[in-house]
Write a protein that binds this ligand. Structure first.
Ligand SMILES: CC(C)(COP(=O)([O-])OP(=O)([O-])OC[C@H]1O[C@@H](n2cnc3c(N)ncnc32)[C@H](O)[C@@H]1OP(=O)([O-])[O-])[C@@H](O)C(=O)NCCC(=O)NCCSC(=O)C[C@@](C)(O)CC(=O)[O-]
Length: 451
């Protein structure tokens, strides 16, 4: 039985900071960001938006565009790493909101849960939902990837921010993409990017806490959890490359592929924290799988050879054919964390449709990554309804309508100083208020639909 993605909907933050504006303010050469990393716009949440809002908007669109009867949906599984509660999942908010819109008890028998593993959480949700539909033919599941990629001001992650959600309908005989039952994994527990609940600073070794055995010789200064990660950008690239290379090799082994695997893929969709991450990180796999000799001398020789290959004409042609179609949406959005790989898929489909290329029956390879760290490599075959879905998505028309903000507004939104919406919401969910008075409900978040 074919199982996979039957429909896609999305909700992307409607505000953006042009990357040039950020480059000028931070004294970075705009070309580095635009031509080096492929960034053009950085989308930002408005004051009335959080992960629940983006997820609810994408889900509402998925249901309405596909005339879905809630009774048909067995699961709504959410991938997120920017949830708003440590106990109550985004999924449980979604059930409340969908019942507000579609009727009392309409989602009573829907299973829901959040998956967190940095950017790969929604791929994990998809993986388990595909298994579920295979075991339960006729049932449908929804996977939602919803995140706000927020980094500290003036950090190297600042120019890779973005916000929004992608919702996928998973079913048998899907219209867009059917997945093979091979999922190769590479996992290792590392600290390349993480969001600790508490950050403990080493201040000095004279304070009272110095005597506490669990702090060793440190005085503890504890900060509460914040939205922005602790990360090491260059190390995260190394880990990204290692995990994807290892999972790719594992995929070859498990499928018994003897030749060059990527030659069998019409397009490659990778996790894109920024548009050019895939093309910057794939060069090693490109060389190794084609058995291009990489020097076995020093590490420096290896890096130089790899760099030469990545700047060569063969690699450029390969990038243009297989990796580039996933990039334009990322350039206009920024990082979507869990949603990035699915937005890369939609971008690939829309670019092919715009170029009148036929994808039906072609294989697409996926290289997912989540910090912390894990990669999953899998493949799918494009189905007959891909072009209609791509055209109906109106992806680039929607992104074109994004509103630019100035640097001051960006700063205020980032610091959460602004208490009014920069753009009035229309036909969408908004965060209405957060309870502050009632002791048993302090912190409860309430949402409403705005016509
Ligand atoms: C991604 C980094 C590390 C980039 O870090 P960086 O230091 O800003 O950039 P760089 O020096 O690595 O690369 C700049 C590129 O621009 C080029 N360049 C320079 N100047 C010019 C110019 N004038 N004209 C044209 N090109 C120029 C330069 O040559 C180079 O290209 P390359 O070496 O590839 O050829 C940084 O933005 C960062 O720390 N980001 C946050 C972490 C991150 O995104 N890591 C990515 C891997 S981990 C991941 O993907 C998971 C994640 C982050 O999504 C989280 C999760 O899983 O939840």
């Amino acid at each position: 039985m074919n199982t996979g993605i039957d429909a896609i909907a999305f909700d992307i933050a409607k505000l953006h900071l042009p990357i040039k504006t950020l480059a000028e303010a931070r004294n970075i050469e705009p070309d580095k960001l635009e031509k080096g990393l492929g960034l053009l716009k950085m989308t930002l949440p408005d004051v009335h938006q959080d992960t629940v809002v983006f997820a609810a908007n994408a889900l509402t669109r998925l249901i309405e565009d596909n005339n879905l009867n809630p009774a048909e949906v067995a699961r709504i599984y959410v991938g997120t790493e920017s949830g708003i509660d440590n106990s109550k999942p985004v999924g449980s908010f979604l059930i409340t909101l969908m019942e507000q819109k579609f009727g009392h008890n309409t989602f009573l028998h829907v299973d829901t849960v959040d998956f967190t593993f940095a950017c790969i959480g929604a791929v994990d949700a998809l993986h388990t939902c595909i298994d579920f539909v295979r075991l339960n033919p006729g049932k449908k599941a929804i996977v939602i990837a919803s995140d706000i990629a927020k980094y500290d001001l003036e950090s190297t992650g600042e120019y890779t921010q973005g916000a929004g959600a992608v919702a996928l309908l998973v079913s048998e005989n899907p219209r867009i993409m059917a997945f093979d039952n091979n999922w190769a994994v590479s996992t290792k527990g590392v600290f390349d990017f993480f969001k600790p609940y508490h950050t403990i600073h080493k201040k000095d070794i004279t304070g009272n806490d110095a005597n506490q055995p669990w702090f060793g010789n440190l005085e503890a200064h504890i900060e509460i959890h914040k939205d922005q990660p602790v990360f090491d950008g260059q190390y995260s690239n190394t880990v990204y490359t290692d995990r994807t290379r290892e999972a790719y090799a594992m995929f070859k082994e498990m499928t018994g592929t003897t030749g060059c695997l990527y030659d069998t893929w019409e397009a490659i969709v990778m996790h894109l924290p920024y548009a050019f991450q895939g093309r910057r990180m794939f060069a090693e796999i490109f060389a190794k799988d084609a058995e291009t000799p990489l020097l076995t001398g020093t590490e420096e020789d290896y890096a130089t050879r790899l760099r030469d290959i990545s700047k060569g004409e063969d690699y450029k042609a390969f990038v243009n054919q297989k990796l580039q179609p996933a990039e334009p949406a990322s350039s206009l959005i920024g990082n979507l964390y869990t949603g990035s790989i699915f937005m890369g898929l939609l971008s690939t489909l829309v670019v092919a449709a715009n170029e009148s290329r036929e994808l039906e029956g072609k294989k697409i390879g996926f290289l997912a990554y989540g910090s912390g760290s894990k990669s999953k490599v899998f493949q799918g075959t494009v189905q007959a309804g891909w072009k209609t879905a791509a055209q109906q998505s109106r992806l680039f028309e929607t992104l074109d309508r994004s509103t630019a903000v100035d640097f001051e507004t960006y700063n205020r939104l980032h610091k959460k100083e602004q208490d009014y919406s920069a753009l009035a919401p229309v036909n969408e969910w908004v965060l209405d208020y957060i309870e502050t008075e009632l002791p048993n409900l302090t912190g409860a978040r309430y949402y409403k639909w705005v016509e």
